[in-house]
Structure formats: C-alpha cells, structure tokens
Write a protein that binds this ligand. Structure first.
Ligand code: MG
Ligand code: MG
Length: 266
C-alpha cells in the first residue's frame, strides 16, 4: 500500500476506543442471542439496531458494497460470510466480525462463538487462535515490525499443526476501516513496516484446523477453506505503545454473557 500511515493522537485513540468498546458490546448482544436455530440474518438485524440505538453507524455496511452490519462465517467459512437465512446448528462455530463508526473513528473486532456442543479439536482451534492473538498483541510495541507480530502468530499456530491464512491480513484502523500498514498473520522477525506510537492496528489471526489454502465463493464475499474443515478468527484493536501495546477493544462483555449462560469454558 502506498498510502502513508495516519498516526493518531491520544484524544483520537480514546475516541477509537469508544468505537471498539461498542463493537465489544454489540458482540455481547450476539453472545446473548446465539444458539442453535437462530439465523445469521437475525443476528445481523439485531446488531444493526443495537449499534444505531447507541448513536453510531455500522462500520461495514455500504463499504466496498458490503450489505450487512456483521460478517458471520460458519465452520469452513474463514471470513466475510454474509448473514442470511442460514440457521445455526448445534456443533457449529461462527466467527462474527463487527465494525462500528462513531465520532469519525472505526472500531473493528471479531470473536468466534461455539454453538451448542462443539467437537474437542475445534474447541482447541478456537483456544489456540485466541492465544495467537494474544501473542501477536505482545509484539505490537514501538520499534518492532509487523513481521514480529506475524511471526509470533504463525509460530504458535503451526506448532499445533494449524494452517495460517495468507490471503487476508490485519491492518491499521482509524479514520478509515483499513489503513496501512498491512498486518499479516505470518512473517519473519525484523521484517515489515516499523511500528510507531500513534498507530492503531487491527490484529486478526485467521487460523484453519487443516490446510492454509482458501478460496472465495461465487457470492464474491465468503472465503472458505479449500479442505472444507473449520476455521477460527479473533480480532482486537491495539494502540502501539513503547514497551506494551494498549488493547482498545475487549472480549470481556462477551465473556460475561457466556459465563452467565453457562457456556464459558476456560
Ligand atoms: Mg474485523
Ligand atoms: Mg479487521
């Protein structure tokens, strides 16, 4: 990407955090409702209403022609699944990606939910993908490079025999949903764009239980694994800082709901 990085000051980062937190609260509403039988379209309508009721607008809808507030990717769908009349079923996993635009700044976060009772190897995929996200965030410090983030994510995923998607990557986030730099989930230490205070990154490992290879469906949106096996996706927004990244988004609202539903496994 040729665009220059739009570094944000602390006031803008504080506003971006508000957007990110609203995404977290929206995903918690999804957590409340998600269950076997609900359709992805119902979750999408609920999320749009929640975001608008909170004085913000959906971040994805209308961008690049995106028709929906949420992108919901079930089982072998990696990302960019379009909500519709598909009912979720017991044993599914559903990555729910949500963006919000408020005060001119975007928040962008994703969480992969388990629907009912999920097979043990798929639970393990979800756990490892969240660990990948945490390890990537640890590397999002001033003077590191994007390759340090990607390397940490790739190492951990491949250690477990999982495939790291190459075609889709994390990104800067700010006044636009997608800002430079690109943040791949693979890479070499010491390579890639240098990280500077004022950058806010959307770090979003997309990890497949099997092959890393993906393809796009005929709808022009949905990305699926080539082997038809499950994929997981978790995303946080983090401000690059000296010494330690500041995580702006949160899964804590989601986790509170899942704990109350008795669907939390640590
Ligand atoms: Mg996202
Ligand atoms: Mg993103």
């Amino acid at each position: 990407m040729g665009r220059t990085v739009d570094l944000l000051g602390d006031d803008d980062i504080a506003l971006l955090k508000e957007s990110s937190l609203l995404v977290g609260r929206t995903l918690a509403e999804v957590a409340r409702r998600i269950a076997p039988g609900i359709t992805t379209g119902e979750l999408d309508r609920m999320a749009e209403e929640f975001i608008r009721d909170n004085g913000a607008v959906p971040g994805f809808k209308g961008l690049y022609g995106c028709p929906s507030t949420l992108l919901i990717s079930v089982n072998d769908q990696v990302v960019h699944g379009l909500p519709g009349d598909r009912p979720l079923r017991d044993g599914d996993v559903a990555s729910v990606d949500c963006g919000v635009l408020m005060n001119g700044l975007y928040g962008d976060s994703a969480y992969t939910f388990m629907v009912g009772e999920v097979a043990a190897p798929v639970k393990q995929l979800l756990r490892v993908t969240q660990e990948c996200l945490a390890l990537g965030i640890e590397q999002a410090v001033e003077n590191n490079r994007t390759g340090d983030i990607g390397h940490a994510i790739q190492q951990h995923a491949e250690k477990h025999g999982f495939g790291v998607v190459r075609e889709l990557v994390g990104h800067g986030v700010g006044r636009k949903l997608h800002e430079p730099p690109e943040v791949p989930n693979y890479g070499r230490r010491g390579h890639g764009a240098k990280l500077r205070t004022g950058m806010v990154l959307a770090i979003e490992p997309m990890i497949n239980i099997g092959t890393k290879e993906v393809k796009q469906l005929g709808d022009g949106w949905t990305i699926v694994t080539r082997d038809g096996r499950p994929s997981a996706h978790f995303e946080h927004n983090v401000a690059v800082r000296a010494g330690q990244a500041e995580v702006l988004s949160t899964f804590s609202y989601i986790e509170d709901v899942l704990k109350a539903k008795g669907e939390w496994y640590d």
